[in-house]
Design a protein around this ligand. Structure first.
Ligand code: FES
Ligand SMILES: [Fe+2]
Length: 334
């Protein structure tokens, strides 16, 4: 690996956002490039989503460019071969008999997909092995009695580890976000799950100008490298999904999707939600992190203060999602 790489780590395995469920309608076909791979995401006419490696095993056309849905299949634009969501070739329109491999096994790698929380999640593992854990389901993100999701997205030259490390980097809050470090809370590491929580007191200004002290709480669950859910309790309850999808080892899409119990327009709860969105996703929130992320490097042996031991703990946990011979791929069927 050239020494100039800012991030030496491979792409970690996990469940990652590859689309919002409501944005992929039946018969949609979308070319994607995530995990250093060319991909095609589609929803067949029966409503089932599929994601395959993009290039047709016949003569290599990209299924996401010109490929069309035909019933439950995606049909390649080049010579009309058609594949199902599991990567089986089901039709070669001009062949008197199908190539034997097509009868034996799937001929394109299909990515395990799960639709939950309004998100289409794809399982990525460098060796294409089956999921090692499940997506965490939070029904409030799709519950019609909760607010529709408020969504943000950015393209950032970063990897999932550096974004997640931000939460345990207490000192940067003062310098990057102009806010005091969040109170030291508890962190529990359980296999692929990391749970954190902090409790505090905040002073809120009421409509009549007076102030009131309220209890606040923040609870987060990181489920592998690609799924993080945070609940913030204050004047109102706000739920946030942090969705990061690696494009290459140093390039990613980052999304925030918020929801909250329905509020009346103009109510203190509605104002508190707008404030929380702005504090987290606005100029003094993640937007202030992005220029740092775009230019930083990963320090394998950083100079740390004693108070920064959480960073070391976090890194030890995150390391489990790396497969260091990530270049090895399952042999593709011939
Ligand atoms: S390249 Fe896809 S059908 Fe020939
Ligand atoms: Fe930050």
């Amino acid at each position: 690996m050239p020494e100039t790489r800012r991030f030496p780590q491979p792409i970690p395995y996990g469940w990652y956002f590859v689309g919002y469920c409501d944005e992929l309608t039946p018969c949609d076909v979308r070319p994607l490039h995530y995990f250093g791979r060319d991909l095609v995401l589609f929803r067949n006419a029966e409503g089932r989503a599929g994601m395959l490696d993009a290039h047709c095993p016949h003569l290599g056309a990209h299924l996401g460019h010109g490929g069309k849905i035909d019933g439950d299949l995606i049909r390649c634009a080049f010579h009309g071969w058609a594949y199902d969501t599991d990567g089986w070739c089901r039709d070669v329109p001009y062949a008197s008999s199908m190539p034997p491999a097509c009868r034996r096994e799937p001929v394109i790698h299909s990515y395990p997909l799960t639709e939950a929380n309004g998100v289409i999640w794809a399982w990525y593992h460098p060796h294409n092995i089956a999921p090692l854990f499940d997506v965490e389901v939070y029904p409030q993100f799709t519950d019609p009695s909760w607010a529709t999701q408020t969504r943000f997205e950015w393209r950032v030259a970063i990897n999932p580890q550096e974004v997640a490390e931000n939460a345990v980097d207490a000192a940067h809050f003062q310098f990057v976000h102009g806010s005091p470090a969040p109170p030291e809370g508890h962190g529990v590491y359980e296999g692929h799950i990391r749970r954190t929580g902090t409790d505090g007191i905040a002073e809120v200004q009421l409509a009549d100008g007076s102030t009131q002290q309220i209890k606040t709480a923040v609870r987060s669950v990181a489920n592998g490298a690609g799924q993080k859910i945070t609940m913030l309790q204050g004047v109102t309850r706000v739920w946030l999904m942090v969705l990061i999808t690696p494009i290459e080892t140093d390039d990613a899409e980052l999304r925030f999707a918020f929801t909250h119990p329905q509020t009346e327009a103009g109510s203190p709860e509605a104002a508190a939600f707008a404030q929380a969105c702005d504090r987290i996703a606005g100029e003094t929130g993640v937007i202030a992190d992005i220029p740092i992320w775009n230019h930083k490097i990963h320090r394998e042996r950083p100079l740390l203060c004693e108070s920064e031991e959480q960073i070391v703990k976090f890194r030890r946990w995150f390391e489990q999602f790396y497969v260091h011979d990530a270049n090895r791929r399952e042999a593709a069927p011939e």
